[in-house]
Design a protein around this ligand. Structure first.
Ligand SMILES: Cc1cc2nc3c(=O)[nH]c(=O)nc-3n(C[C@H](O)[C@H](O)[C@H](O)COP(=O)(O)OP(=O)(O)OC[C@H]3O[C@@H](n4cnc5c(N)ncnc54)[C@H](O)[C@@H]3O)c2cc1C
Length: 387
């Protein structure tokens, strides 16, 4: 993939910013209060072609690469919007692109690129296994020309707004696999079909406006042709896609950090107490400056993760570190933004409390900080395995 120039990235940021101007704080506040999906915002992103950034041109996408996709998501968050309702349309297709058959790619990817098909549900997490994905219990049992799926998933975001789900299920019982990482398979589940045939979606109301759900599968049939890649290799396929996901979410954190920092600086310059701007006090200045330094440092790692991905190099170390550092930078910026605003931070019309709730998620999902540290300790530094 060709590297993208600074000017091209700036042009992308300019057009994302122009789009975001149509969706000011009031739009998000209204949806937040009602816990409603930002349909108009997602449509605007789709129509502008931003969600097809990672899909190669031969399949109707723009083939811009991860660096550009990160710029899109960062700019969305920097401008006070939230890409969580749509970001998975960018990357969930990665499993099909990398491991799908030529027919699956030809059939699906152009429709995902145009937005005709929404492939933005990713079914991995289960209530009993949590982060320990290899313990998941949802089964897919082959019967003739189809598989029968039974089990339960939790925290499956955008399921009510998706036509397909990339589903991870067990095809070989745990006690019959040769290697720990085998026995799980990935399927393209047609959710429109499944909804009337054994799949139940139950929304979960969360502390921020995030369309997440739990899903129950009761003898749901999936055609064998919808298996992605080889049976039993699903865990590896899912891991392959996670580095792109982590880098993109890190970019959203960077955008949040910029939003909080800009908002804190503006307020600190403006608000006068004891006869001078509160920003004149070093007790106000220093935490903002520290959050800015954290944001800049995290940006470099996230950028390096995206560049390595676009160059076809391994980026797991940078993807994990970038996600952790960016989520910590956004949280540090959120924390000082609240403090700087004093009582007004708690008023909904300032948007600070909403963004504060939104950005907290990223230290837990899509991967929690402890699990990133565990990856770095054991896989990068060579410390003994703890699990
Ligand atoms: C809003 C939201 C949206 C989500 N969307 C999706 C989605 O679309 N698809 C999907 O599949 N999943 C989704 N998730 C799930 C998300 O990926 C998990 O919540 C996350 O990975 C943490 O897993 P868990 O909740 O099961 O926590 P657990 O695995 O139960 O862990 C709980 C805590 O214990 C810590 N912990 C666990 N084991 C260890 C250990 N060995 N050492 C140290 N600490 C440990 C973890 O770091 C964590 O902080 C979403 C979650 C949320 C909240």
């Amino acid at each position: 993939m060709s590297t993208i120039s600074h000017d091209e990235l700036e042009a992308i940021r300019d057009s994302v910013r122009a789009l975001c101007e149509q969706f000011p704080g009031a739009y998000w506040r209204d949806l937040d209060a009602k816990r409603e999906y930002p349909t108009a915002f997602v449509k605007a992103l789709t129509d502008a072609g931003f969600l097809g950034a990672l899909i190669p041109e031969e399949y109707g996408g723009s083939g811009l690469g991860l660096r550009a996709a990160c710029a899109i998501l960062q700019e969305i968050h920097k401008n006070g919007c939230n890409a969580g309702a749509a970001h998975a349309q960018m990357y969930t297709m990665g499993t099909v692109l990398k491991h799908g058959s030529p027919a699956q790619k030809k059939d699906l990817l152009p429709k995902v690129a145009s937005g005709e098909i929404r492939l933005q549900a990713f079914g991995v997490t289960e209530p009993t296994s949590g982060t320990d994905t290899l313990q998941l219990n949802t089964t897919a049992v082959k019967q003739g020309d189809h598989y029968v799926v039974n089990g339960q998933k939790i925290w499956i975001s955008r399921a009510e707004h998706s036509d397909y789900m990339v589903l991870l299920a067990r095809t070989t019982p745990k006690d019959q696999v040769k290697k720990k990482g085998e026995g799980l398979s990935v399927f393209l589940l047609d959710m429109r079909e499944a909804k009337n045939n054994g799949m139940t979606i139950r929304p979960i109301r969360t502390m921020m406006n995030h369309a997440t759900t739990e899903i129950f599968f009761d003898n749901v049939k999936v055609p064998a042709a919808n298996l992605i890649g080889e049976e039993g290799k699903g865990f590896k396929y899912i891991l392959d896609g996670m580095n792109a996901e982590r880098t993109l979410i890190a970019a959203e954190c960077l955008g949040d950090a910029e939003w909080f920092i800009n908002k804190a600086v503006a307020y600190a310059n403006d608000r006068k107490v004891f006869g001078r701007p509160i920003g004149q006090n070093q007790g106000i200045q220093f935490p903002i400056a520290r959050a800015y330094a954290q944001f800049k440092a995290a940006s470099l790692i996230v950028q390096s993760s995206a560049d390595k991905f676009d160059a076809g190099e391994k980026n797991a170390e940078e993807a994990n570190m970038g996600k952790m550092l960016a989520s910590e930078a956004s949280w540090a910026a959120a924390e000082i933004c609240v403090q700087v605003h004093g009582g007004f931070a708690f008023a909904e019309e300032f948007d600070v409390e909403r963004k504060f709730r939104e950005t907290r998620l990223y230290q837990v999902a899509p991967i929690s900080t402890n699990l990133i540290l565990s990856y770095l300790a054991e896989h990068v530094l060579g410390l003994p395995r703890s699990f």
